[in-house]
Unconditional design. Structure first.
Length: 249
């Protein structure tokens, strides 16, 4: 608890009730050099923010934590079983799908149809590795845990006409929003530039839960991490931070 001694008690306000909130940190290489060390330093920063996150009596269920990094193009090319176009001409993102396999397949099929309607082509899906046992995910978080797949999409056009930058971002934005509204599937991010790994996790669980973050081939020149303290909402997998552009305090 932090007390603001400079502000006196007045009316219903009392400085003794001032509390610290969520924690956020950023690591970046100013020269733009991508390296796995940036990811590791960001995870270290996240661990130092553990006092900013919240947990209840169930110590292995956190209010939420996560990390935003640049799309690790070389890593993705090494682990997917389909061809990726040039970096910057495709978008990648994690989908929080239903836990039931049949329902997850149905949602994925619906998302593929939406992608076509948004002038996008689905390059493929990757079954995202997760390790809830190694991360020691608590029963509350497990009870509402989705299944996880990574979606890779590109513009319907090929070659020099392939959309990049803000054009591709606009299309993936529309796909994300339509998927969320019509299928209930949440994407922490879907972008040609950055990707978010997050969840209803405590700070030490993030890289244990997502083995990608431990792979030295996952490199970035920047990383934003966030440790959540729920205030006016209960914790949930989609409500963890960071978001796609900002991390709130």
């Amino acid at each position: 608890m932090a007390t603001n001694a400079a502000v006196p008690s007045e009316g219903l306000y009392a400085p003794d009730f001032e509390h610290d909130a969520c924690g956020v940190a950023m690591v970046a290489d100013l020269a733009g050099r991508r390296d796995h060390s940036i990811v590791r330093k960001a995870i270290t920063a996240l661990l130092r923010l553990e006092h900013r996150g919240a947990r209840g009596a169930e110590e292995n269920t956190g209010d939420g934590a996560g990390i935003l990094i640049q799309v690790p193009d070389e890593f993705f090319r090494a682990v997917v079983d389909f061809e990726l176009p040039a970096a910057g001409t495709y978008a990648a993102g994690i989908a929080f799908l239903p836990a039931d396999p049949a329902a997850a397949d149905e949602a994925a099929t619906a998302i593929e149809q939406l992608a076509t309607e948004e002038n996008l082509r689905v390059l493929g899906w990757r079954a995202l590795p997760v390790d809830p046992d190694k991360a020691d995910i608590g029963p509350t978080a497990r009870a509402v845990m989705p299944s996880f797949r990574q979606l890779f999409v590109a513009g319907a056009e090929d070659g020099d006409d392939a959309p990049t930058g803000i054009d591709l971002e606009r299309r993936t934005f529309c796909l994300r929003k339509r998927a969320e509204h019509s299928t209930g599937v949440y994407f922490p991010s879907l972008s040609p530039r950055t990707i978010v790994y997050k969840g209803m996790l405590a700070e030490p669980q993030v890289d244990a839960f997502y083995p990608d973050l431990l792979d030295t081939r996952v490199t970035s020149a920047l990383a934003v991490v966030h440790s959540r303290f729920s205030t006016n909402t209960f914790p949930d997998w989609p409500l963890a931070h960071p978001y796609r552009y900002v991390a709130q305090r």
